[in-house]
Design a binder for this molecule. Structure first.
Ligand code: SF4
Length: 337
């Protein structure tokens, strides 16, 4: 019988998966209104006092890095670039020992302006969301005419050395699913790494429909019309993206097939929301409150213990295919990628 993994200093769940990759949502607000994410009028945003202050975020990340074995920190949102104290938070996390790898998921708006300061503060790399190269289609999809800003953000990130610059693209049937080859060609021409993401049931409107989701097989089929894709020999580990070499490599393309090719068995992620809740899974329907304990004076050991307890009960997977599947009440815009 294998000995139960020690829980000292790690975030381990009942299946033995160890979380080392912390996703931190810095805000639930966003400056875009993507149709597959939220309604045009936005959402009832978290109120100021509910939000963790910069120092509280840094403290919880420090606990995760110093006491719980977290080695990767990804800042997300909503849109993290609109958080006023972002550069300071990145700098504080970069000064932690051991130093975690720090990345950021963003819609790219304003990135061309902030990239140099974020790089200097210690940001290592970025993922930028881009679902279309067509200005009119971008404006329809996001309800904002900001494609030029996103493209400038990508170029600014590359120029600042926030590499590899990764692009996240969500394809929707009859909307932008004809753009898969063009998006890959664009990424190859600019040296960006492209990941297609299957649309997930995490929208605020609860309108997700499996039949309109473009599957990994369909994406690979469309790419295979123009590119020679071969399986990537590199070790995948807990990474969400399955990757292929394009035309013999070294360029790669990835697909994050959460729905049709789930990768929960190797999941190494833990999440902290902007209002201080631990989510042990993207699709968790329950959360554990750290903000309350922190503000009530809990010490680092207590915060670490509560975080471990939250992860221990993580479910085996997202259960999207289960008849009992329940979409989380918290939308993706308040969880982050
Ligand atoms: S759905 Fe949950 S368990 Fe599965 S990979 Fe995502 S976060 Fe991990």
């Amino acid at each position: 019988m294998t000995a139960a993994p020690t829980t000292d200093g790690v975030l381990v769940d009942r299946y033995g998966r160890v979380a080392r990759d912390l996703r931190v949502s810095l805000t639930d607000k966003c400056n875009l209104r993507c149709t597959y994410c939220m309604p045009a009028e936005g959402l009832p945003w978290l109120a100021g006092p509910q939000l963790l202050a910069d120092a509280e975020i840094v403290r919880l990340v420090r606990v995760a890095v110093e006491r719980l074995g977290v080695t990767e920190v990804r800042f997300t949102g909503g849109e993290p670039l609109i958080r006023p104290g972002l550069v300071g938070v990145v700098g504080a996390v970069a000064s932690l020992t051991p130093r975690p790898r720090i990345s950021l998921t963003t819609n790219g708006i304003g990135l061309h302006r902030l990239a140099p300061a974020l790089r200097t503060a210690g940001l290592d790399r970025v993922n930028v969301s881009l679902d279309t190269l067509d200005r009119a289609r971008f404006t329809t999809l996001t309800r904002r005419d900001r494609l030029a800003d996103v493209l400038a953000g990508l170029a600014g990130a590359a120029a600042a050395g926030l590499t590899p610059v990764k692009i996240n693209s969500v394809l929707m049937r009859g909307v932008n699913d004809d753009e898969a080859p063009a998006l890959l060609r664009f990424a190859l021409n600019h040296g960006y790494e492209l990941r297609f993401i299957e649309q997930m049931p995490l929208d605020a409107q609860h309108g997700w429909d499996r039949t309109t989701m473009v599957t990994a097989d369909e994406i690979l089929g469309a790419l295979g019309q123009e590119f020679d894709l071969t399986p990537d020999p590199a070790e995948r580990g807990g990474a969400p993206a399955e990757t292929w070499l394009v035309d013999g490599g070294p360029a790669r393309v990835g697909v994050i097939a959460t729905v049709t090719r789930p990768f929960c068995g190797d999941c190494d992620r833990t999440r902290l929301t902007a209002d201080g809740q631990v989510r042990n899974c993207l699709f968790a329907t329950e959360e554990s409150d750290l903000r309350g304990a922190l503000r009530a004076g809990a010490d680092d050991a207590e915060l670490a213990r509560r975080w471990q307890a939250a992860m221990r009960v993580k479910r085996a997977g997202h259960g999207i295919d289960d008849p009992s599947f329940l979409q989380p009440t918290r939308p993706m815009s308040a969880i982050g990628g």
